[in-house]
Design a protein around this ligand. Structure first.
Ligand code: TXA
Ligand code: MG
Length: 333
């Protein structure tokens, strides 16, 4: 299959493809999504095939406006209404009990459904013209690093989908916060740029974070978001050690460390949102280099950085003893 590259003004073409049960990758403010018409089971089925994703792994339905919640859900709580008004369009996905008529294919057999209004004008216009929601997971092969640019989508899905729309780089760069609204107290299942603090400020109640219950929920998978090259999370002093050893590795750090500039060494912005915005792009860039591994300095362990820490931990290899590991690497080189 030839994957067409569409420009932002070719919205009609994207809508026609979606109406014809085809898959189109679209920009959102978080990461690019792989869209199918959410009312078309044949198209939704193609998402699982194109991504190599298990069919019991539920999808997020992206809607154009709060009012469309009721296409998928019978009723929502006052808290959910508040959050939708406060954060939509934006990087918050909420989970509700689904309507009986909602397809089990979208929900991976669960009786709940994930909904979000994305904050991207191209994608909102497409949803509006299509007339109902789109089901859209991140536009990458299962468990791999999410795409924040057109070329990242093509890296794993070229030839597997009908088209991708170029909407430029995603402005946030990390997947949405997932909040389970089916319990009395909301639970964050996946941290994102909308923090627990921001949700608590909007609701004026305490919420919970991540409760391990099912493999199908992305927050519960131990391995995810992985680049092709093995990624190791290391401390600042370990980064300094690696720099001295001149290993054939990619190095990504954010602290002030004296270093010789090289193509394989990348100093991240210290501002959190700028860091988030460039993280996946840097990991994709590192993946395309002739290096053996990628070392990333552990981000600050503070609640503001929960989303970044969550993704990097899932993207990284687990090793037992770092010193033994780099001695081994040195020996191999
Ligand atoms: O920012 C985002 O959320 C991006 C953009 C494209 O909107 N989408 C995204 O989709 O990250 P995906 O499929 O890669 O990750 C969404 C996660 C799934 O892994 C799934 O575990 C969880 O949302 N999810 C979906 N429906 C759920 C449900 N009913 N209950 C619990 N978790 C659910
Ligand atoms: Mg994903």
């Amino acid at each position: 299959m030839h994957t067409k590259i569409l420009q932002s003004w070719q919205i009609e073409e994207a809508v026609t493809l979606l109406k014809n049960s085809q898959l189109v990758a679209l920009p959102t403010e978080t990461v690019y999504g792989l869209a199918a018409d959410a009312k078309d089971e044949r198209a939704i089925h193609k998402i699982f095939t194109a991504k190599g994703r298990p069919s019991d792994h539920p999808l997020i339905v992206h809607i154009e406006h709060i009012n469309h919640i009721y296409d998928w859900v019978d009723d929502i709580s006052e808290n959910a209404k508040k959050l939708a008004k406060h954060f939509w369009p934006g990087p918050l996905t909420m989970i509700f009990h689904k309507k009986k008529s909602t397809s089990n294919l979208i929900t991976g057999g669960l009786d709940t459904i994930a909904l979000r209004v994305p904050n991207n004008l191209i994608t909102l216009e497409i949803i509006k013209k299509l007339g109902h929601g789109i089901a859209a997971p991140s536009a990458n092969f299962h468990k791999k690093t999410s795409p924040t640019k057109l070329e990242h989508v093509l890296k794993t899905l070229n030839g597997r989908i009908a088209a991708v729309i170029d909407g430029g780089p995603s402005s946030i760069g990390i997947e949405s916060t997932i909040l389970d609204m089916t319990k009395e107290v909301p639970i964050i299942l996946r941290p994102g740029s909308i923090s627990a603090q921001m949700i608590e400020n909007a609701l004026k109640i305490k919420i919970k974070s991540f409760d391990k219950h099912s493999e199908k929920v992305s927050g519960n998978m131990e391995i995810h978001y992985q680049p092709e090259k093995p990624l190791y999370l290391v401390s600042k002093s370990e980064i300094e050690n690696i720099l001295k050893k001149k290993m054939n590795a990619g190095i990504v750090f954010h602290s002030n460390i004296l270093h010789f500039s090289s193509d394989n060494i990348y100093k991240m912005p210290s501002d959190k949102s700028e860091y988030t915005k460039s993280l996946y792009s840097i990991l994709h860039q590192m993946d395309s280099k002739e290096i053996d591994s990628i070392f990333v300095e552990k981000p600050p362990l503070v609640s503001d950085w929960n989303d970044v820490n969550d993704r990097l931990q899932k993207a990284s290899q687990k090793y037992v003893n770092f010193n033994m590991f780099i001695e081994q690497e040195k020996f191999n080189n």
